[in-house]
Design a protein around this ligand. Structure first.
Ligand code: PA5
Length: 446
C-alpha cells in the first residue's frame, strides 16, 4: 500500500507548517465526502472501487475474451482521459514493449490521441492482413481527434469484414444515452460501455474507459479494483498523521505557497513513463485554473539525470519539488557478472543485482537534489503489480481532488480546453463558426 515519506521535505516545509495546513486539508476532504464543493456532480470515482456496475464489469471481461480470441490487434481510439489511463496501466504492468512481447493477447495500438496523419497511416498499415477489433472511447462522443480516427478505422473494418462481422468487432465506450457515438452505436448495433455521468475523463481509468483495454492486455482487473478499494478504505481519516493522501495534498500546497510552481513526478522504472503522463493530465487539468496551480512535469531516472538532471540540481530550487514514486521490490532482476581482467572496472559490482544499483542511484540522487534545494516527497509502494497500481491510481485521484479544493479551484472541470477547439473549428470552416474565421486568419497573417 502507498506510503508517503516526507522527511526529505522537512528542510523545506516544517511539521508545524503542515499542521497549519491540516485544517484546510480536512475542510477540503469534508467538502469532497459531503459532495458540497464545486464540481460535486463529478464525484462518482470516489466510491467507484466498491460501487461499480457489476453486470457491466462482467460484460467487460466477456468482451475482452472475445477480442483476445478473435483479433491480432486491438485499436483503442480516444484522447486525454479517454486513453491515458489504459495506456499507462498497460505499459506499467506489462511493458512499454508490450506490443513486441505480447504472445497470448492482441497487440494494442492507441490512436485518435493526435491529429497526425503519419501516425494514422502507420497504424492503418499495421492492421494490414491482421484481424482487428476497435474500442472507441469518448464520453462526449464528439471530440474531433477520436471522431476522425474512428471514421478511418470504421471504413477499414467494413472493407475487411461483412457488416454483421464488423458490428461485432466494434466496441463503443461513451455516455449511457446521448451523443453522436451513442446514436451511431445504437443504430449499427455495436456493443456499448458506459462512461458514468458523474465520472470525468481523467478520473475514469477504473471504469470501462480503462478497464476494457486493460483486460484485453491480460491484466487482472479484479486485482486492480481490489487495490483501489484498499486505498479507498485506507485514506479516509481526517488527520495528516494517519492519512498519507491528505498529508500529500497538504504538503504540496505548503510548497506551492512557498513559490514552488512545478512538481516533477519521478520514477526509476521506465515502464512508469505513461503513468507520469496520466499524472500530468490529472493534476494539470484539475488544478491549472484562475492563474493558480502546480505545473506537473515528469522524469524517468536515471535516464533523465543525463538530460534535465543538470537543471534540477543547479536551478530547480527556486521553482520546483519532486514527488518520487518508489517501488521497493523489483519485478525482475539481473545479477551483474564478474569479468576476467576487470577491463571496464565494474567488478566491484559483481554479484550485485541491477536493482541494487538502481536503488543506490535513487539514494544518491535524493541526497544530491535535496542538497541542491529541491524538496523530495516519496511515495513508497511495494512492487509493480495490479493491487499496488490500483491503489496508486486511487491515491492520486483523491489527493488531486483534495489539493484542488485546498487551492480553491474546481478540480473537476476543464474550461480552458475549449479555447483551442473554438479556434480550430473556425479555421477549419466548421458550420456555425463562419464569423470567426476571417478574424483569426487576419490575426495569423494568412
Ligand atoms: O479529462 C477530461 O475530461 C478530458 O481529458 C477528456 O477525457 C478528453 O477531452 C476527451 O473527451 P471525450 O471523452 O469526451 O472524447
Amino acid at each position: 500500500m502507498v506510503k508517503l515519506v516526507t522527511k526529505y521535505a522537512n528542510g523545506f516545509v516544517s511539521e508545524n507548517e503542515i499542521k497549519a495546513m491540516e485544517e484546510k486539508a480536512v475542510t477540503a476532504l469534508r467538502t469532497l465526502n459531503s459532495k458540497t464543493g464545486e464540481g460535486s456532480d463529478f464525484l462518482g470515482w470516489l466510491d467507484l472501487p466498491e460501487n461499480y456496475d457489476k453486470d457491466e464489469f462482467s460484460r467487460i471481461k466477456s468482451a475482452a475474451e472475445y477480442i483476445k480470441k478473435n483479433s491480432d490487434i486491438l485499436i483503442v481510439i480516444g484522447i486525454g482521459g479517454s486513453y491515458l489511463g489504459a495506456r499507462a496501466v498497460i505499459e506499467c504492468l506489462k511493458s512499454p514493449n508490450y506490443n513486441l512481447l505480447a504472445k497470448d493477447t492482441p497487440q494494442i495500438y492507441f490512436i485518435g490521441n493526435s491529429i497526425s496523419p503519419s501516425m494514422l497511416n502507420e497504424v492503418v498499415a499495421l492492421c494490414e492482413g491482421k484481424d482487428f477489433c476497435v474500442n472507441v472511447i469518448s464520453k462526449s462522443g464528439t471530440t474531433t481527434e477520436p471522431a476522425v480516427a474512428f471514421r478511418v478505422f470504421r471504413d477499414l473494418m467494413y472493407k475487411k469484414y461483412s457488416p454483421e462481422e464488423a458490428a461485432k468487432r466494434i466496441f463503443c465506450t461513451t455516455d449511457k444515452e446521448k451523443g453522436t457515438l451513442k446514436n451511431l452505436a445504437d443504430k449499427e448495433g455495436y456493443e456499448t460501455f458506459v462512461v458514468p455521468d458523474d465520472v470525468g475523463g481523467r478520473y475514469s481509468v477504473l471504469t470501462a474507459v480503462g478497464l476494457l483495454p486493460i483486460a484485453v492486455a491480460g491484466i487482472d482487473i479484479d486485482k486492480l479494483m481490489a487495490g483501489a478499494r484498499d486505498a479507498m478504505e485506507s485514506f479516509c481519516e481526517e488527520s495528516v498523521d494517519n492519512n498519507g493522501c491528505l498529508k500529500y495534498a497538504a504538503v504540496r500546497n505548503c510548497l506551492y505557497n512557498k513559490g514552488k510552481r512545478l512538481e516533477c513526478f519521478v520514477s526509476y522504472e521506465p515502464c512508469f513513463a505513461m503513468m507520469n503522463e496520466w499524472l500530468k493530465q490529472l493534476f494539470a487539468e484539475s488544478e491549472g485554473k484562475d492563474t493558480k496551480g502546480i505545473y506537473p512535469v515528469s522524469c524517468i531516472f536515471s535516464t533523465d539525470l543525463h538530460s534535465v538532471g543538470q537543471f534540477i540540481q543547479e536551478s530547480g530550487s527556486s521553482l520546483m519539488f519532486e514527488t518520487v514514486v518508489n517501488f521497493k521490490e523489483p519485478v525482475d532482476d539481473y545479477i551483474i557478472t564478474e569479468q576476467e581482467g576487470n577491463i571496464d572496472g565494474l567488478n566491484f559490482l559483481a554479484g550485485k543485482p541491477m536493482s541494487f544499483v538502481n536503488e543506490k542511484a535513487r539514494q544518491g540522487t535524493l541526497l544530491a537534489h535535496t542538497e541542491g534545494g529541491v524538496a523530495n516527497l516519496i511515495l513508497e509502494c511495494e512492487k509493480i503489480n495490479e493491487e499496488e497500481i490500483g491503489a496508486l491510481l486511487y491515491f492520486f485521484e483523491k489527493a488531486c481532488a483534495i489539493s484542488g479544493y485546498i487551492l480553491g479551484v474546481n478540480p473537476f472541470n476543464q474550461p480552458g480546453v475549449e479555447s483551442y477547439k473554438k479556434n480550430m473549428f473556425a479555421l477549419l470552416g466548421k458550420p456555425g463558426y463562419e464569423s470567426e474565421k476571417e478574424k483569426l486568419e487576419k490575426q495569423l497573417g494568412i
